[in-house]
Design a protein around this ligand. Structure first.
Ligand SMILES: *Cc1c(COP(=O)(O)O)cnc(C)c1O
Length: 253
């Protein structure tokens, strides 16, 4: 794979070192022997200092650099109550001296008395947590829109008091966040090069589509013959591919 042209663009974009990169590319020997197909696993789960949502740190290396360069003090982000992305954002903020503000829609019981998993970690990171309950008269999408409005009014309050806020959409799915997986795709191609291998398929999980958009953007530059197979972790909805393609194009731009 010829990666040099694709890499030139990355040099211009500030990035912090928050995760452990490059992540390992591990061959699954037993499964490969059993199936007669060479299967490798890119260990994004081992990208950082904690256990959940390993794919988020690539995005955050670019987003946190941008937040710092813009002189922000607070970082807002969004998700469900057990969001991996929200927790990783809180962790990244604390490494960078920024204050994490999380807006979480309670799709999962918050269990306030004894928080578990990511919500417990959010508290350990001392994130400012705003839990928004889905009301009986609204659906999840409406609750999320209401959450965005609540966040916007809080942002105004903080900025009126002279504190700059940096806003990260749910899943870190912004063009700059997706640059993380543009870079991840290049990293993968370089590892395949050093093994003397090419790959026919790249399977990955997709939620907010931030990962997908970054991979698709880099794939347009290098090795379009490697097919992306994106497995939705949620009901993707009708305009999912269209939105992901738009984000991929913005990432390239
Ligand atoms: C966030 C996440 C995804 C989806 O990644 P997106 O970039 O949001 O599409 C998949 N799996 C896990 C475990 C995640 O935390």
């Amino acid at each position: 794979y010829i990666v040099d042209n694709a890499k030139i663009f990355l040099k211009k974009i500030p990035r912090l070192s928050l995760g452990f990169y490059p992540t390992h590319l591990q061959k699954l020997e037993t499964l490969s022997n059993e199936t007669g197909i060479n299967i490798f696993l890119k260990r994004e789960d081992l990208s950082g200092s904690n256990l959940f949502g390993g794919n988020k740190m690539r995005k955050l290396e670019y987003l946190m650099a941008d937040a710092q360069n813009k002189g922000c003090k607070y970082v807002f982000t969004f998700g469900a109550t057990q969001s991996n992305h929200a927790m990783q954002t809180a962790a990244a903020c604390r490494k960078c001296g920024l204050i994490p503000v999380l807006f979480l829609v309670n799709l999962v019981d918050t269990d306030e008395g004894a928080p578990k998993a990511n919500l417990l970690l959010d508290k350990i990171f001392d994130a400012e947590i705003h839990i928004v309950s889905v009301q009986p008269n609204e659906n999840v999408m409406e609750a999320m829109q209401r959450t965005t409005a609540i966040a916007a009014s809080y942002q105004n309050q903080l900025e009126d008091a002279g504190h700059k806020c940096y806003i990260i959409p749910g899943g870190g799915a912004s063009p700059l966040g997706s640059v993380g997986f543009y870079s991840g795709y290049i990293e993968l191609c370089e590892q395949l090069n050093s093994l003397g291998c090419t790959a026919d398929y790249l399977f990955h999980a997709t939620g907010s589509s931030g990962t997908l958009a970054g991979l698709a953007a880099a794939r347009a530059m290098i090795a379009p013959q490697m097919q992306l197979v994106s497995v939705a972790v949620d009901n993707p909805g009708d305009d999912y591919a269209e939105k992901a393609a738009a984000l991929a194009n913005e990432t390239l731009a």
